[in-house]
Write a protein that binds this ligand. Structure first.
Ligand code: KIV
Ligand code: NA
Length: 269
């Protein structure tokens, strides 16, 4: 199948075809996800939480994002090679100046083989988005609940319920489109607002906790596969309970080893 491109995603929106996105952080998962027909893989800085075990996304570094992105790239190319791969720019890799943002976006593209970068925020990053897209690097935006700003927000509550913040978000989305972004993630905002943003843009909106009006959806793969029974916000639909599947399997293995029933003769040389 041909590689999903930024142009393809914009065409999908125009034709009312929904876009399915998941995060990925490693080779094994990326290979399965690409083989399963996912349109886009996001190497999210949520790797900081679900892979690294940090409270927030703030600690993850450029070098760590590059390591994850390379692994995901190899997974996609060991499968069908169809999925487009977007890499999150980590906290403080694009905020200092638009020049620094461009340098780091270029480094992510060059060292990983991935197809696009994602940055969080609105008007504060518009210059950086222009610089990056001007040289030909596709940019995905991210508005609403932007986890790199969690200490400013003070909570993971739904964003933009108030008129003023909602208007600012719509304005930011339009500015991102004008600056050259090919898509924008809307995280944890009311569905009426994501409908309005989706209707106002030519580029696709990708929702997470933003309702069905968005042109596509994204989830953290570990959440939708149920790796963590303690985490169940309402916007996550659990498609599996891998916590349980893995837990039971490992208990059986431990038991077999202890009983001396693994390995058996056919599992030996
Ligand atoms: O890092 C991440 O997983 C993300 C998505 C949830 C949009 O940014
Ligand atoms: Na992210």
């Amino acid at each position: 199948a041909p590689q999903v491109t930024t142009r393809k995603l914009v065409e999908m929106k125009a034709q009312g075809e929904k876009i399915a996105i998941l995060t990925a952080y490693d080779y094994t998962m990326a290979r399965i996800l690409d083989n399963s027909g996912i349109d886009v893989l996001l190497v999210g800085d949520s790797a900081s939480n679900v892979f690294g075990g940090n409270e927030t996304t703030l600690p993850i570094t450029m070098e760590e994002m590059i390591y994850h992105a390379k692994a995901v790239f190899r997974g996609v190319h060991a499968a069908t090679g169809r999925a487009m791969i977007v890499v999150d720019m980590p906290f403080m890799s694009y905020q200092l100046s638009s020049e620094d943002a461009l340098r780091n976006a270029g480094k992510l593209m060059k060292e990983t083989g991935c197809h696009a970068v994602k940055l969080e925020g609105g008007k504060a990053i518009i210059e950086a988005v222009k610089r990056i897209t001007d040289v030909g690097i596709p940019v995905m935006g991210h508005l609403g609940l932007t986890p790199q700003a969690i200490y400013k927000f003070g909570s993971y509550k739904v964003r933009a319920r108030e008129e003023e913040e909602a208007e600012q978000l719509l304005e930011d989305a339009k500015q991102l489109e004008n600056a050259g972004a090919f898509a924008v993630v809307l995280e944890k905002i009311p569905m009426e607002l994501s409908q309005k943003v989706t209707d106002s843009l030519h580029i696709p909106t990708i929702g997470i906790g933003a309702g069905a009006a968005c042109d596509g959806q994204v989830l953290v793969v570990n959440d939708m596969l149920g790796f963590n029974t303690d985490f169940h916000p309402r916007f996550v639909r659990k498609y599996a309970n891998l916590d349980n599947v893995i837990g039971t399997s490992v208990k059986n293995y431990v038991n077999d080893v202890r009983q001396g029933t693994f390995p058996n003769e056919s599992e030996s040389y």
